[in-house]
Ligand binder design. Sequence first.
Ligand SMILES: Nc1ncnc2c1ncn2[C@@H]1O[C@H](COP(=O)(O)OP(=O)(O)OP(=O)(O)O)[C@@H](O)[C@H]1O
Ligand SMILES: [Mg+2]
Length: 533
Amino acid sequence: MAIIGKEITSAEELEKHFKEHSVAEFFKKNMQMLGLTGKIRTLTTIIHEYVTNSIDACEDAKILPEIEIRITELAPLHYEVMTKDNGPGLTKSTVGRALGKLLAGTKFHRLIQSRGQQGIGASGVTMLSQITTGQPIKVLTGNGKETFACEISIDVRKNEPKITNFQDLKKEYRGTIIRARFKDVKYVKSEQGPLEYLRRTAIANPHATIKFIAPNNEKFVFRRSIQQIPAKPKEVKPHPKGITVDELITLAKHTKAKKVVSFLKSDFDRMGEKAINEISKLVSFDLNKDPKQLRWHEAEELVKAFKKVNFIAPRTDTLRPIGKERIEKAIKAIVQPEFLAVVTRAPQVYKGGFPFQVEVAIAYGGKAGKVINGQKKIEIMRFANRVPLLFDAGGCAITKAVNSIDWKRYNIKDIENTPLTIFVNLISVFVPYTSAGKQAISEEEEIIEELRLGLMDCARKISKFIAGKQREYERKMKKETFFKYIPEVAKSLHKVTKNDYESIKRKLERLVLERLRLEEKEVEENEKKGKAA
Ligand SMILES: Nc1ncnc2c1ncn2[C@@H]1O[C@H](COP(=O)(O)OP(=O)(O)OP(=O)(O)O)[C@@H](O)[C@H]1O
Ligand SMILES: [Mg+2]
C-alpha cells in the first residue's frame, strides 16, 4: 500500500510505516561508512579490502604472500579489478558467506592482531559492484582439495549470498582470484591512489611480493626483501579491566560454561582463584549461577568488581611487530634515505584491556618525503596492523601525535618542508578505528602517549644527524670562503716577505684545514661531555 507523503499521526499509522532492515540494506544506504565514497577513494578502498584479506589469509595459513592486482579501464569511470593470491583458498560452504554476506567472517569475534576485524570488507565491495554495474563478482578458488569457480552477489534484503554459474574445475589450484567491475570510480597515480597504497603495503609487509598492473599497462613489482613468514599473532581472551557490561552479557550468552565461576575462569584473561574469591565477596549473587541467566544489574556488579580487583596486566606477548631490522630493510630498499632511525616500543595496554604496540621510523634525505610543485615536503605514512591508512589523516591519533611534537627542539626548523618520511605502525588485537571505514585511529590517551615517545626517540637520533650535517655544511662554507682569499693574502705576503708564493699558499691552506679540524674536535668533545652529564 502506498503511504508516501502521509503524516504519521497515530500509533496505528506508525505501525504501517514500521519496517525492519538487514545490515546489508543499512550499508547499501551508507556505503561511505565503509570508505566507499568519492571516485578515487573508492577504488583505493576496493584494492585495500582485497589485499588485506589476501595477506591475512596467507599469514593465517603460514604462506609467503604472492599477490597480483590488475586494474583495467573498461570505459571512463568504469573499471575491472582483478586480485589473485596464493592463500589457502575458500571452500564451497564458506565462499558465499566470505564474499557475499555482511558481518560474516573469521575475525570479528576474535581478539587477535589481524588486518581485517569486522567482516564487511569484501562483502561491502561485492555490494558496490552489484549496485554500480548490476553484475555479480567472479571468483575462482582452490583449497588443495577442490577447485571451483562461481559468481556471487548479495540478496540485500536478507543479507544472504546468491551463488550463480557454479563450476567444479578439474585442475589443482591453491589460492583465490576475484574479478569485479565497478562504475563511478577513478584510477589516479596520486598519494591516495592504489599504487601508493601498494607501495606502502610493501614497506610494512616486506615478506610479501606484490605485483601490480595499472590501467595503462604499466607494471610494478614490489619483491619481498624478507623470506620468513612472520610469527603468527596469538589470540587473547578479553581482560576483565577492558570489558563493558554489554560485552560481558554477550560473552555470557555464548559461553559453554555452566556456571558464572567457570565462565569467568574460561572466558577471561588473567582470572585466577584469588581474583574469583575477591569477586565473590563483592557481588550480591551466587557465582554458581548459570551465566545465561545473568541479569543486567548482576553483570554491572561484576564489571564494578573487576575494577576493584588487582589483576595481572593483560598479556602483551600476543602482538607481532614488524621489527626494527625488517622495517630498516624495507625502508632502505624503497625510500633509500641518507639516514634512518627506527624504534619498536615495548607493548602497552589501552582502556585497561587491549594490548597495543607502536613502531616508528623516521627517514631523512634520499627519496624520503614527497615532492609537491618541485619542493620536498614531509610525508607521514600511517599504518594499523601493517595496513596503510591513506585517508582521514586529520582525525587520526598518529597525525595528532606528530603535530604535538616540538620539532624545532630536534633541529627540524620547518617540519612541513623537510625531506622526511615518518613511518608509524600501530599494532593491536583490536585497533580503535574512528569508523567502519578503518582509516583513522581514535585518540586513546595511552596510544597518543606511546606514539609521542616513539616519535621523540627517533627524532633525537635524526636531530644528531641533522646537526652533524649542518656543521659539515658550515665547515665547507668556511673552507670555501678562506680558500677564496688565500691567493690574495699569499700574493701580498709574497710581495712583503719575498718568500715563494706557492709555498706561502700551501702553508695558509694547511693552517685553515688544521683550524677547522680543531673546531670539529672541540664540538665532538663537548658532545661527549654532554652525553656523560
Ligand atoms: N582471499 C581470501 N582468502 C581466504 N579467505 C578470505 C579471502 N578473502 C576473504 N576471506 C574470508 O572472508 C571473510 C570475510 O572477509 P571480509 O573482508 O568481508 O571481512 P574481514 O576481513 O573478516 O574484516 P574487515 O571487514 O575488517 O575486512 C574473512 O574473515 C576471511 O575468513
Ligand atoms: Mg577484510
